[in-house]
Design a protein around this ligand. Structure first.
Ligand code: SIN
Length: 329
């Protein structure tokens, strides 16, 4: 029998409201892991499951300390020969960033599966119990080994690097965009159709054992009528890196380009991403990245580019090295 550990961190999957019709205005992270486990069906021969409450927050409030605590605990459990897989219950709002962080820093082939819910546990047709059951089935599946960190929501299995939250309220909010799901959790259990190709977990350039803090990186959102206000404030505030969520293929408003050049001259790493939600920002295509000393985010959305930039900066801020990390992770 497989041994799975659930690490609970809060979110709507543990949310509670006084009225079962309430799907907004509830308290995220209100219920302990024991309540979530009590809602599960008899798991039969699937696995024995232990639960641990790591913290209980609304994931909009997540901070780097939460990532470090979680990654260390996942790493400890993964190193335990008795443990076959780990499920992390998490708020959906920043689940994709936590999943990608773990994907980059946890050195294991064992399944690590993140799961959340869009309706609080007290709601009519709460999606949490079925999502958690699907996540446990995935964490117990041999096919989940070596796939990197996975996200299971709404019976669909996605890769941490690709998945994003696409809808503010719908239970079918998570999806990997142009990349497609890795697999699904069907009536007979999880089925995988493809595997991620970018470096992750055991093949990643990063290891949580070597990281005790993360450099400050901010995202600046490009838009019509842009001014240099936020980039200048970031420079004055002493950030180590900036992700510019650019228009189109990471293009930069002329009103802000000089400030980004000044940021780089001040030693701040600048990454160009796209605010469009799809496609690739290619180094040297829309802009002379080598000349400007900027980095292109490839297909990472701005919030995931921020995660990789934070980790990359723990190893230095040379453009060539950072671009290599963005081209391979
Ligand atoms: C949160 O992200 O913690 C609240 C929203 C959710 O889980 O859906």
């Amino acid at each position: 029998m497989k041994q799975i550990v659930i690490l609970a961190t809060g979110g709507t999957i543990a949310g509670a409201a006084p009225d079962p019709r309430q799907t907004a205005g509830y308290r995220a992270g209100a219920l302990p892991i024991q309540s979530l486990m009590a809602a599960l069906p008899d798991l039969g021969g699937l696995a024995t499951v232990a639960g641990e409450q790591l913290y209980a927050i609304d994931s909009k409030d997540i901070a780097e300390e939460h990532w470090l605590i979680l990654a260390r605990r996942v790493g400890e459990l993964a190193a335990d020969r008795q443990v076959d897989g780990i499920v992390v219950t998490h708020g959906t709002d920043t689940l994709e960033e936590t999943a990608y962080f773990l994907n980059l820093v946890v050195r294991t082939d064992k399944p690590v599966v993140l799961v959340g819910a869009m309706r609080p546990a007290t709601a009519l047709s709460a999606d949490g119990p079925m999502n958690l059951y699907a996540a446990l089935r995935t964490a117990a599946a041999d096919g989940a080994r070596g796939q990197g960190v996975l996200v299971v929501m709404n019976d669909q299995i996605s890769a941490a690097r690709e998945v994003t939250k696409r809808h503010a309220g719908n239970v079918a909010t998570f999806g990997p965009g142009e990349f497609g799901f890795l697999g699904e959790v069907g009536p007979a259990g999880p089925v995988f159709y493809r595997s991620p190709t970018r470096r992750h977990t055991t093949a990643s350039a990063f290891d949580i054992a070597a990281i005790d803090r993360l450099p400050a990186v901010e995202i600046v959102y490009g838009h019509a009528g842009m001014s240099p206000l936020f980039v200048d404030a970031a420079i004055a505030g002493g950030v180590a890196g900036l992700v510019y969520a650019g228009t189109g293929d990471g293009t930069i408003h002329q009103a802000v380009l000089a400030s980004l050049v000044a940021a780089r001259a001040a030693g701040i790493a600048v990454v160009r991403a796209s605010r469009t939600g799809g496609g690739r920002v290619v180094a040297g295509a829309a802009l002379d990245d080598a000349g400007l000393d900027f980095v292109a985010a490839d297909t990472l959305n701005p919030q995931k580019a921020r995660v990789l930039l934070q980790l990359g900066l723990t190893q230095g801020s040379a453009r060539a090295r950072l671009q290599h990390l963005f081209d391979t992770h």
